[in-house]
Design a protein around this ligand. Sequence first.
Ligand code: SF4
Length: 95
Amino acid sequence: MYTIKERSIIISIDTDKCITCTSKACIEACRLYARGILAPDKNGAPSTAHLSEEETLRLGTECLACEYACDTRGRGVITIDVPIKGLSAYMKGGV
Ligand code: SF4
């Protein structure tokens, strides 16, 4: 599982399944709707390895386009977590 940390979200990609994906829709969506932080690695899987952590944080727009593109035209292997401090306690009625 490849993970990308942006300012308030964590993107997880099961890149083992990207090798047989012909659309690479996540990379195209990232270029079209955001700042194109995703680029193919040597296996063709989406990656931000060409950027430093600081560049990824600065350029990432948290637009979620990659997840939608992968769900609709890829293999549905992107999960985005949006951690919200105190949410689970709130949902349990503890706040
Ligand atoms: S669209 Fe989905 S399956 Fe295809 S390369 Fe991107 S993350 Fe992998």
